[in-house]
Design a protein around this ligand. Structure first.
Ligand SMILES: Cc1cc2nc3c(=O)[nH]c(=O)nc-3n(C[C@H](O)[C@H](O)[C@H](O)COP(=O)(O)OP(=O)(O)OC[C@H]3O[C@@H](n4cnc5c(N)ncnc54)[C@H](O)[C@@H]3O)c2cc1C
Ligand code: SF4
Length: 718
């Protein structure tokens, strides 16, 4: 890499590849910094026995960047070509009504269609069809039949896929002169296609960029951006040379993926203070795109999820109006034959009642042990053909927040699970319908089933587009407010959930915005991508579907279980008031709202963390309050805790009564100050003391002393 360029692109996913390609085509000197590796043909990891051998970014810079950030598990790609190496190839457009709210001026489906067409041309997208060399795989036929059985054939479609369906095992050159093969229907799309049948970004956009002279540095991780009023200095770590380096450019295109771009900007604004004027809206507007993962076990006919590209079909659900509207698309998934044992292990365990409050580390360990046993007993090729994966994504509220913890600067993502629960519930019931239509039974993703932690592969938002800095971080062209030349062109800039798989929209928005940026950089108001002339209008299968008046039919599977949701309103006090005493004066500190939800499903109880404590609009957050919410890390510390918040006295049940009732079922023992050599946090001890006083010790009836303590407890006065 050189010391300076006309433009530097950070990341090489859907935003980065588009930016690099177009900047190079415009004749600018472009440097691309990508933290991941460049994978050669046949070079993707395939060690089925060692999950650390090349798979995970956190261990030896592998392909998958999996980050369990408190309220959501974020999955992103780390490779030259970004998420295109592990995505399921689906390219769909946001329907017209999806642009009505949240998007800045100038965005509509009609305005974006020419750029969608351009992306479709570059990635050569097409749906799976009967007349292709390998025809339709069994799972595709079964999904068609299931949609018919459910009366949803009018909402069934074959999505466009960025896959080459030419003759398998035969090499051909693509539009850009890069050698590819036809799809072998091996089902390994989500772990890197070793046959180059996926039209991944390194085979088209990035190939053109390099052909036009772009300078690419892989395994180069950007750590910090500084602005001197004229140009940007980018500090990055070269993982190959094991050195920290710097490069300068007047234009920077940040395309590190929604969570990573937001994190980098947050660190620059709050930790290094090198970009201090970035909007206060940074981190707001995060969306998990309604992602929901489930499995169906014991399907009537062999589903053979490893036969065919990972996703081949979709069924749209659209019902309700206003706030109550639910819009999502259901897609069948697939997985390689070799991990069928692991999926079956999920199914075997997922159906059983289990201790409700296992932390996610336990879940992961248990799955690993079960999978190992199964692999050991039956061998890796003992695949069960009758299991299916269900993937659902939809329009969620996009009201999550990516932020850095004070002092430690650890990343955390706050995700409004209770607020999005109606969508997740409908998605779950829809999955149950499909499982039944396939003659199987539904098994949920264990992290969701036990902890209500969604797994998000379609992360969006965090540095969203808006018309002014009071509502977003970048303008409608992707340029950061207050920092000329600094652009965000990836999923972070999208201001609302796309509902459908988002890559097509990320790339189309990047095409639109890089065109405007290049016109500015080159002072050529007529510049446009050379391929615009070649791109022809493409039909989007989702937009062509018929939604009946009044919406699609509701799911027939009943909503099973009980949910308690309570909202406390109060105010924040700093420090920890003594147990049994109310603060002397009311109204101290900013007012806040605290919403908690406890879900009890038909299989077992899931007490959930109480994650949402918000200061009133315009007021700051009290750190003391937020410290009270935490994820217990050990089994012995599983009590869910009420934070040190003093609620206003209200008639009725104590504010934590529902939670307490749930915890009482688990019969928490009187805590000792020291557990496994560690002192319990004070608020855990206080809550347990309170519960003990209220409900008595599980080993004996309430004593006079306990009753007296109960009377002194602030909660007893409600
Ligand atoms: C299993 C799976 C299946 C999916 N299937 C689909 C699908 O079928 N259709 C669809 O539309 N979407 C799908 N997605 C989502 C899709 O992959 C993402 O929405 C998309 O890749 C996001 O594009 P992006 O440009 O925002 O970021 P990315 O594609 O994630 O690219 C970001 C790049 O930046 C790099 N980077 C990050 N930090 C740094 C740094 N500090 N310095 C340098 N480089 C950095 C990363 O390594 C990465 O290469 C799937 C995702 C997963 C995980
Ligand atoms: S099914 Fe196999 S060959 Fe086809 S695109 Fe996916 S990984 Fe490549």
């Amino acid at each position: 890499m050189l010391d300076s360029y006309d433009a530097v692109v950070v990341g090489s996913g859907f935003g980065g590849a588009v930016a690099a390609c177009r900047l190079a085509q415009a004749g600018l000197a472009v440097g691309v910094l990508e933290r991941g590796r460049r994978y050669a043909r046949g070079g993707f990891p395939r060690d089925w026995h060692d999950p650390l051998n090349g798979w995970v970014w956190q261990h030896g810079q592998g392909l998958f960047d999996v980050r369990p950030v408190n309220e959501v598990t974020v999955v992103q790609g780390a490779a030259y070509g970004g998420g295109s190496h592990l995505y399921a190839n689906v390219h769909l457009r946001v329907p017209s009504d999806g642009f009505r709210t949240g998007w800045p001026a100038g965005y509509s489906r009609a305005a974006l269609d020419p750029y969608y067409d351009l992306v479709a041309y570059m990635l050569d997208i097409t749906p799976i069809r009967e007349d292709q060399p390998l025809g339709l795989p069994p799972k595709t036929r079964l999904m068609r039949e299931a949609a018919d059985r459910l009366g949803r054939s009018a909402q069934f479609c074959y999505p466009n896929l960025a896959v080459s369906f030419k003759e398998p095992r035969q090499e051909h050159l693509n539009k850009f002169g890069v050698a590819q093969e036809g799809c072998r229907h091996c089902g390994e799309c989500d772990i890197g296609c070793n046959y180059r049948a996926k039209n991944t970004l390194d085979l088209n956009y990035l190939a053109v960029a390099e052909q036009r002279g772009a300078d690419v540095g892989t395994q180069c991780e950007v750590l910090r951006l500084d602005y001197d009023g004229d140009s940007y200095e980018i500090r990055y770590r070269d993982h190959v040379a094991r050195q920290d380096r710097r490069v300068r450019a007047p234009a920077v295109f940040l395309c590190a993926g929604a969570v990573n771009s937001t994190e980098l900007l947050l660190r620059c604004r709050d930790q290094y203070r090198s970009l201090p004027a970035v909007s206060n809206r940074l981190g707001h507007g995060y969306s998990a795109n309604g992602d929901f993962l489930a499995f169906a076990m014991d399907t009537e006919s062999p589903f053979e999820p490893w036969d065919g590209p990972t996703i081949t079909t979709g069924i749209v659900y659209d019902r309700g109006a206003g706030e109550d509207r639910k819009w999502f698309i259901f897609q069948e998934g697939g997985f390689p034959r070799e991990i069928a044992g692991l999926v079956q292990a999920l199914g075997h365990r997922g159906g059983q009642a289990m201790d409700s409050a296992r932390v996610w580390e336990d879940v992961a360990r248990e799955i690993r042990e079960l999978a190992e046993k199964r692999i050991a007993s039956e061998g890796v090729v003992a695949a069960d053909a009758d299991s299916a994966v269900f993937l659902v994504m939809g329009r969620d509220r996009a009201d999550g927040r990516v932020e850095l913890m004070p002092v430690t600067h650890d990343l955390r993502v706050t995700w409004d699970v209770p607020g999005n629960l109606p969508l997740y519930d409908t998605e779950e019931r829809f999955c149950a319908d499909v499982a039944e239509a396939l003659g199987g039974r539904l098994t949920l993703n264990p992290l969701w089933q036990r902890l209500r932690l969604p797994v998000a592969v379609h992360n969006l938002g965090g540095a969203t587009m808006a018309d002014d800095p009071a509502h977003g971080v970048v303008d409608g062209g992707g340029e950061v407010f207050g920092y000329p030349g600094l652009h965000v062109l990836d999923g972070a800039a999208l201001p609302a959930a796309t509902g459908v798989n988002p890559s097509h929209t990320i790339a189309a928005v990047a095409e639109r915005n890089i065109e405007a940026a290049i016109r500015k950089l080159t002072s050529d108001p007529t510049w446009r991508a050379p391929e615009r002339e070649l791109a022809t209008p493409v039909t989007d299968p989702v937009s062509a579907l018929v939604i009946p008046t009044g919406g699609t039919a509701p799911p027939s599977s009943p909503a099973v279980g009980l949910r308690f949701t309570e909202t406390m309103r109060g105010y924040v006090t700093r420090g920890t008031p003594a147990v049994g005493r109310l603060p002397r004066r009311r109204g101290r500190g900013p007012p806040c709202r605290y919403r908690g939800a406890v879900h009890v499903d038909h299989r077992h109880l899931v007490p959930r963390r109480l994650p949402h404590l918000r200061a009133a609009p315009g007021r700051g957050r009290g750190n003391g309050v937020r410290r009270g919410i935490h994820r217990p890390r050990r089994r012995r510390r599983q009590q869910r805790c009420v934070p040190p918040l003093q609620p206003r006295r209200r008639p009725g049940r104590p504010p934590d009564a529902v939670l307490a009732a749930v915890l009482r079922r688990r019969r928490p023992a009187l805590p000792s100050r020291r557990v496994q050599g560690r002192t319990r946090p004070r608020h855990v001890r206080r809550l347990a003391r309170h519960l003990h006083a209220v409900h008595g010790h599980p080993r004996g009836p309430p004593t006079r002393r306990r009753r007296a303590r109960h009377r002194r407890s602030p909660h007893s006065r409600a």
